[in-house]
Ligand binder design. Structure first.
Ligand SMILES: [Zn+2]
Ligand SMILES: [Zn+2]
Length: 325
C-alpha cells in the first residue's frame, strides 16, 4: 500500500474543476483559514534536519566559536599579568559564548512550526468546520493543508508556519517557533565578536609596550597570526550577525517575514502592532527571559481546537473552497 504522501504525487491536480454552478468568492475575497486552526503534531518530538550542507555549516559555526575561545583563553587571558582583567573578561566572554551556543542548539533542534505532513484529507477538512466563503490550500509537495502565512521549505520538506528563511548556519528553517532562538544566536555572536575585537586591540597595545616578550606563551609570529585571524573572524561575524539581527527584529516588528517581503505578499493579513509582535515572538511581556535561550516561547495563543490528523485519502484539489449559501 502506498503512503498518503506517495499517493499524492500520482494525483493529477484538478484546480477549479468543482466550481461549476456554485457560488464562489473571487480570489481576492477569499477568507484564508487561521494559522491557529492547524497545529503541529510534532511539537514535542525532537527536531533535526538531516541535510549534509546544513550539518557541515553548523559544525563550522561551532569550530569557529571554539577557535575564538582558544585564542582568547590561551593567547590573551591566561598569559596576562593582570588577574582582574583576565577574570572579568574571561567570565564575560565565556558566558556570552555559552549563551550563543545554547541559542544555536535551540534554533537548530526546535520545530520551527511545521505543518503535519499528509493531512490534506477529506476527513480533516470536514473536521475544520469551515464557514461558507472560506478557502483552504493544499501544498502539492507535502500534501498538507497550508495555514495562512505558511510556506513550503524544500530543505526541510515541510510547510513551515511564518517561515522567514532556511538558514544553513543553524541547519533549520527560521519560523514562528524558533525565531526567538535565532535572534538570540545572532545577538550573542555579534556581542562576542565586539568583545573579541576590543580584547585584540587591547592585547596588541599591551604587547607593543612589552616589546612582545611577555605578552603570550606563543612565539611573537604565531601570536600575531592567531590574533590577526581572530580579528578577521570577529569583524566578519560582527558585520554578518548584526545585519541579520537588525533584519530579524525589523521582520518581527513589521509582522512581515523575509519570504513575504521577497514575494511581495505583504498586507494580506491584519498586522500586529510592533510591541505586541515582539512579545509574541519572545514569549511574553518584556523581561530578562527575552535574553534567555532556555525559556520557551510560552505566551503563544494556544490553539482552541487541536485536531488530530485523520488518516484517509489525500484530496486531489490544490484549492478547496466552501461555496456561499
Ligand atoms: Zn509543503
Ligand atoms: Zn527549511
Amino acid at each position: 500500500m502506498k503512503s498518503p504522501v506517495h499517493r499524492c504525487r500520482d494525483v493529477e491536480h484538478s484546480r477549479g474543476q468543482s466550481g461549476a454552478g456554485t457560488n464562489y468568492l473571487q480570489a481576492d475575497q477569499r477568507i484564508p483559514i487561521s494559522k491557529d486552526v492547524i497545529t503541529s503534531s510534532s511539537a514535542s518530538a525532537m527536531w533535526f534536519i538531516k541535510d549534509a550542507c546544513g550539518i557541515m555549516c553548523a559544525v563550522i559555526t561551532w569550530l569557529l566559536v571554539f577557535y575564538a575561545e582558544f585564542v582568547v583563553l590561551f593567547v590573551m587571558l591566561l598569559p596576562s599579568k593582570n588577574l582582574t582583567y583576565s577574570i572579568v573578561n574571561g567570565t564575560l566572554f565565556n558566558t556570552l559564548t555559552f549563551l550563543a551556543l545554547a541559542s544555536h542548539l535551540r534554533a537548530m533542534c526546535t520545530d520551527p512550526g511545521a505543518v503535519p505532513k499528509g493531512n490534506a484529507t477529506k476527513e480533516y477538512i470536514e473536521s475544520l468546520q469551515l464557514k461558507p466563503g472560506q478557502v483552504v490550500y493544499k501544498c502539492p509537495k507535502c500534501c498538507s493543508i497550508k495555514p495562512d502565512r505558511a510556506h513550503h521549505c524544500s530543505v526541510c520538506k515541510r510547510c513551515i508556519r511564518k517561515m522567514d528563511h532556511h538558514c544553513p548556519w543553524v541547519n533549520n528553517c527560521v519560523g514562528e517557533n524558533n525565531q526567538k532562538y535565532f535572534v538570540l544566536f545572532t545577538m550573542y555572536i555579534a556581542l562576542i565578536s565586539l568583545h573579541v575585537l576590543f580584547m585584540v586591540v587591547f592585547h596588541f597595545l599591551n604587547c607593543f609596550e612589552d616589546d612582545w616578550t611577555k605578552c603570550s606563551s606563543f612565539s611573537p609570529p604565531a601570536t600575531v597570526i592567531l590574533l590577526i585571524l581572530l580579528c578577521f573572524e570577529g569583524l566578519l561575524f560582527l558585520i554578518f550577525t548584526s545585519v541579520m539581527f537588525g533584519t530579524q527584529v525589523h521582520s518581527i516588528c513589521t509582522d512581515e517575514t523575509g519570504i513575504e517581503r521577497l514575494k511581495g505578499e505583504t498586507g494580506k493579513w491584519g498586522k500586529m502592532p510592533c510591541w505586541e509582535a515582539m512579545q509574541l515572538a519572545f514569549g511574553g511581556p518584556f523581561s530578562l527571559s527575552w535574553c534567555s535561550p532556555f525559556t520557551g516561547v510560552t505566551c503563544k495563543r494556544t490553539p482552541t481546537e487541536h485536531v488530530e490528523v485523520p488518516l484517509g485519502e489525500i484530496i486531489e484539489e490544490d484549492v478547496i473552497e466552501i461555496p456561499l449559501e
